[in-house]
Design a protein around this ligand. Structure first.
Ligand code: ADP
Length: 472
């Protein structure tokens, strides 16, 4: 079976969030199960050129807006799967991955070029597996081209929805020269007088997948459907929910090269050393007996910072340390700065994208990990936390609800703490509950162990994807 995975970000090349972790890990997991999986993404400025270890595919012909471009794909196998990175400086030699006026044009071009690469390689996949709105273009184009190009006739398309909140909206006036100006494409893109690459992809894909079963249900409701719930309900017979896995080659406290000392479920002693190391890194007092509550996330409303902001004073009053790593909206960065300034010996912050090492050091050194998300398609950090003996405190939404089990002291089961309503009071109550058990080491260690022993490896998720590919 041949699967081409198209993505806008993938570890270890370029990352803003969980999509990169998933896109980096899934192809490798598929290959381990004998699928011929290949990964295609753009070559951004920020990508470490040392990762491009395998030459290039030159002179791929891409027809674009009545012109012919000849582009190059650089090759790498460092992700454990053949990876092709599209070199088009005009669109991708920029500091960030997203956030430009012409993002829709950039990713429409990427989609066109990725499909051109498949033809150039004479490698017709069984499935083109696109991810999120940037690949809505490819999926839509696949449907059209399959009608008249023998090459793609047997190729099906799957669109993974990692976050329906990002819809790839742009001016519908651009559809025409992007090549989607006629029906049915024009209508498929139309959304509230704009065009949406995500919406078109949802309509055109042969199958849809979201990153947890719970999220697959949630996006079919008006509350969580971001205006596309009607469409997702209409396509629910083709919508699967597959929980992301964890790449334990990368996120494993027993082998992690980024952390101060390795440790395991059998011997947690090293975690104390990691905690000390973390306190030092954030310039906090080296008091290892006080709990560290941590958060790593993009600073967007989705992640629940509004709740944290409301109870910031009460968190400080508990006497805990709080460590936050995040990049994004200015209002949240400013809040973090004010919070740190008000309690510099308790609140440690890093504003910006820190790369992998610091994220691993926080997972290893913290005691508790906060994910009070408004919504969370899957969430990876709660699963990383569990493996590192860091107890997650989460809101019962999406993948968080699917992957974290509330601790039950009566029988010692459970891997974390989970609250329901999106309210600051409910979050604070869960933090207090977690602190109560933190002060009782025997029970705390039980929760840590329960989490560390959960198997969230990619192998199981990859099997489900393979089944989905086969059923398409
Ligand atoms: P999302 O995909 O919504 O961003 P996830 O929890 O699924 O949320 O994945 C987030 C990933 O991004 C994790 O690997 C996390 O460690 C990483 N991450 C988020 N923000 C930062 C940051 N500022 N610096 C380093 N890593 C970050």
């Amino acid at each position: 079976m041949r699967v081409a995975i198209l993505t806008s970000e993938a570890v270890p090349f370029a990352k803003t969030g969980g999509l990169a972790d998933v896109s980096g890990a899934l192809p490798k997991a598929l290959i381990q199960q004998n699928v011929d999986a290949r990964l295609i993404l753009p070559l951004y400025d920020q990508i470490d050129r040392d990762l491009l270890n395998g030459g290039a595919v030159e002179n791929v012909r891409v027809e674009w807006r009545g012109q012919v471009h000849h582009v190059r794909f650089l090759y790498s196998d460092v992700a454990g799967a053949p990876t092709y990175l599209l070199e088009t400086p005009e669109f991708f030699a920029r500091p960030a991955i997203y956030g430009y006026q012409d993002d829709h044009i950039r990713f429409a071009f990427f989609s066109r070029a990725a499909l051109a690469l498949l033809k150039y390689l004479d490698w017709a996949p069984d499935v083109v597996h696109g991810n999120d709105w940037p690949c809505g273009f490819a999926v839509t184009e696949m449907r059209a081209r399959r009608r008249h190009e023998a090459f793609f006739q047997k190729t099906k398309s799957l669109l993974s929805l990692h976050n329906v909140g990002y819809q790839g909206l742009f001016d519908a006036g651009d559809l025409w020269w992007l090549g989607f100006g006629d029906p049915p494409e024009r209508d498929d893109f139309s959304l509230d007088r704009h065009a949406s690459a995500l919406k078109a992809g949802i309509i055109a894909a042969d199958a849809l997948a979201t990153v947890s079963p719970r999220y697959a249900q949630e996006i079919q409701t008006t509350e969580q459907g971001h205006g596309l719930d009607w469409l997702l309900r209409a396509r629910s017979d083709r919508l699967a929910g597959i929980t992301n896995g964890v790449d334990y080659d990368v996120w494993n406290p027993e082998t992690d090269p980024h952390i101060a000392i390795n440790f395991s479920a059998e011997d947690l002693a090293g975690k104390r050393e990691c905690k000390l190391d973390l306190l030092r890194r954030f310039g906090l007092p080296e008091d290892v007996n006080r709990p560290i509550i941590a958060i790593i996330s993009r600073l967007v409303a989705q992640k629940g910072y509004d709740l944290i902001r409301q109870i910031a004073g009460s968190i400080v009053e508990t006497g805990s340390f709080f460590i936050a790593l995040g990049a994004g909206a200015k209002e949240y960065e400013e809040f973090l700065q004010r919070w740190h300034d008000a309690a510099p010996l308790q609140v440690g912050i890093y504003k910006g994208y820190a790369g992998e090492p610091l994220a691993h050091q926080i997972e290893a050194g913290a005691d508790m990990f906060l994910m009070p998300s408004l919504y969370e398609p899957c969430g990876l950090n709660q699963m990383y936390s569990m493996r590192y003996g860091t107890v997650p405190i989460v809101r019962a939404t999406g993948g968080l609800d699917d992957t974290v089990q509330q601790f039950d002291p009566s029988d010692g089961t459970g891997t974390g703490f989970k609250f329901g309503p999106y309210e600051a009071g409910a979050l604070l109550e869960k933090i207090r509950e977690a602190l109560y058990f933190y002060a009782r080491p025997e029970q705390w260690q039980k929760i840590q162990h329960n989490g560390m022993l959960v198997d969230n490896s990619w192998a199981a998720a990859a099997k489900k994807y393979i089944q989905l590919y086969q059923e398409m």
